[in-house]
Structure formats: C-alpha cells, structure tokens
Write a new protein. Structure first.
Length: 380
C-alpha cells in the first residue's frame, strides 16, 4: 500500500452519528497528518452540529463524500448498511475503518474482506480494546510463553446496554445527541443483541490474545428469543484451547465496561480485571512473576481512527482490528445463534460463508435491506 507523499491524509466519515461526534471526528480533526474534508448524515441536526464545529461540508448522501476522493473513510453506519458503504469506499481507492458489529451475515463480511484484497486497501474494524495497554501486555505475556501453552481461557464482559437493547436510554454514555434506538434494538439493523453489539469485542479479543480462531461453540442466550441481553457459551479454539464466555448487559449505568480474563497455561496463569485494575502473571507455584504495573485499562475511543490514518501512511493493519478477524467474529456470532436455537455444539466456518448450518431453516438474524438510519451512535 502506498503512503501519501508528504500531503495530509484526506478523511471523511460516512453516516456520522453520536459516536462519530464524540470519537471519530474529534480524532481526525486533532491529527496534524489529516485534512478532514467532509462527512455525511441523514439527520439534519447532526449535519448542522458537524458543520458548525468543523467548518466542513456535511451532506445527506454518503456517496457524495466518496466523490471527494478521500484517502481514508470511516464507515459509522449501522451494520445493515456496512457492506454497501464499505465496498463502495474500497472501490473508490480509500482505506476504510468500519464500526462493529462488522456485518449482519458471514457472507457480507466475506464480501467486504474480499473487496479490500481486490483493491489493495486496508480494512480495519473498530476493535479498540486491542490497543489498550492492559490487553497489549497480557497478549505479549502469552506470546512470550510466560505461562506455557495456553490451555483454558475464562472471559467475562459486563456492559450497561440493557436499556438501549430494549429501545431506550443510552447506557450512561452521555452523548450530546441521542442515538436512533433501532441501531441496537432492531436485529434487522444491528444483527442481534449483546451477542453482536458487545460480544463481538469479546470474541475478537479472545482470538487476538490466544492467536487462535474459534473451531466450535455451544451457547445459551437470555431471553431465549428476540434481542438477547445475556450470553453464556463454551468453545474450543483452533489450537485446542478451551474457552468459557459470559457477556451480560445489565452492568450499572455510568460504569465503564467490566472485563475479567483468566488465561490458564501449562506453566502459570494471567489474571486481568479492568475495574479492579488487576493484571498479574503467576507461575504454577503461586509466585507472582509480573504485575503489569502501569498498564492502563482505559479505552481509547480514538485508537482505531488513528490506526486507520497510520495504515494510510504505510503502517500494517493491527492484527486485533483486521477485517479478516472481524469476518471470523461474524461467523462465530452466527454459530452462537445456531447453537442456541438447536441446542447442540456448532462448528465455526472459515472466515465467512463456510459456516454449515445444521438446520437451514433457522434464522440466525433478520436481514433486511439497508434502512435509512441517520444516527448509528456506536459505543465501545
């Protein structure tokens, strides 16, 4: 991929909403390497807010933004619109960052990853937790063999999104402009409840920390139909590592997401708790070998946006934010739904559409044509 020859990286944001107002746009505007050239939104109030703050052209039709030939594009629309906007942006010659959930279906995910390869463009997905120091340190310990071969991973994620999954509230996020509730409460737009909205981060982190992919999963969702608030699952990774996953949506409002990880190896274990600020590496005899002192657990909402600019200037796509990883996560998300509906463990296909469904009649998620939604408002 070619870097820019000394000129600013031209950037635009498609379907900007509450999350873009608080994250993508400020990050791009503050980066001295970037020229923010435009944005789009279906909502007049958001267009006015962006235009007033950044003194740029803000249009209703996202295709007009691509006509400006930007070097990088942030796609901040709901998942239902991702495949159309991402492929168009890649075809225009731009490097792309797209928010998560990446896609409604594994087939759509594959389409976007294939387009990135065809046009030799970078495709990043907003998995910002992989740029957080506490997780970077834990991953390095695993890669260095500090706990031996990885045998078992326990992961719990709690987030305050129960209200938004029900079509109201903002989970204590406190955005100046409210999100369109369909972004989270309509499975035809979001791809699911906690499984897609929050657990996509969790599935990606497990793969990234272990440097493995999911092979098969068994899951239960609550409630058992409709938009799920909680997910419990067990899984086996491609390298044989066992995984226990829990994702809950009833975390107290105004509290940051709570991550708990314990990674058990043949020679020790790693414990991580983002609320308690714990990161320890302990050997089998119970001796603490490292405490990870100073490794922040604070989420950098601008991390993926900055990484997009970095890739336009020649850096490699971060492994924890790659489109290929995100496509695998979509396949896992589908497998979790099928396992819940059938009551049996289910295999995870290679990247996208290779997932073989045991019951073709089972609807993994309601897939609809792109419905105009002006405010995606994605959150970490």
């Amino acid at each position: 991929m070619d870097s820019n020859s000394g000129r600013p990286v031209r950037a635009t944001v498609l379907s900007a909403g509450a999350w873009s107002l608080d994250s993508h746009l400020p990050t791009l505007a503050a980066d001295p390497r970037v020229e923010l050239v435009g944005a789009s939104s279906l909502r007049a109030d958001i267009r006015a807010a962006i235009a007033a703050r950044y003194r740029i052209d803000v249009v209703e039709d996202w295709q007009d933004c691509l006509a400006q030939q930007p070097d990088v594009v942030v796609v901040s629309s709901p998942p239902v619109a991702h495949v159309e906007q991402v492929t168009a942006a890649l075809e225009s010659g731009a490097h792309v960052l797209v928010e998560k959930p990446f896609a409604l279906t594994a087939a759509d995910a594959d389409t976007m990853v294939t387009a990135a390869g065809l046009h030799d463009r970078a495709l990043l997905v907003g998995y910002g937790w992989s740029s957080t120091p506490i997780f970077l340190r834990a991953r390095q310990w695993v890669a260095d063999g500090r706990i031996g071969g990885l045998e078992f991973v326990q992961s719990h994620l709690a987030v305050p999104i129960r209200d938004i999954l029900a079509g109201g509230g903002d989970g204590g996020w406190g955005a100046a402009i409210a999100s369109d509730p369909r972004t989270y409460s309509d499975p035809a737009v979001s791809g699911g409840g906690a499984r897609a909205v929050s657990m996509s981060h969790q599935l990606g982190l497990v793969c990234w920390l272990a440097d493995q992919r999911f092979a098969e999963v068994a899951a239960a969702l609550w409630p058992s139909d409709g938009i799920e608030s909680h997910v419990a699952a067990t899984a086996t990774l491609s390298g044989g590592t066992l995984v226990s996953l829990a994702c809950g949506a009833s975390h107290p409002v105004d509290t940051r997401p709570h991550w708990e990880f314990t990674l058990y190896g043949s020679q020790g274990q790693i414990e991580l708790d983002t609320i308690a600020g714990i990161l320890t590496c302990t050997d089998r005899d119970g001796v603490v070998r490292d405490t990870g002192a100073g490794a922040s657990a604070a989420y950098d909402s601008g991390g993926p946006t900055t990484a997009l600019v970095d890739t336009a200037l020649g850096a490699a796509v971060p492994t924890g934010m790659s489109g290929d990883l995100a496509a695998h996560v979509v396949a896992v998300t589908e497998a979790l739904a099928v396992s819940h509906m059938t009551g049996v463990r289910h295999p995870v296909g290679e990247r996208g559409g290779a997932l073989e469904q045991t019951e073709p009649s089972v609807e993994v998620g309601q897939v609809a044509k792109a419905t105009p939604i002006g405010d995606p408002g994605h959150r970490p």
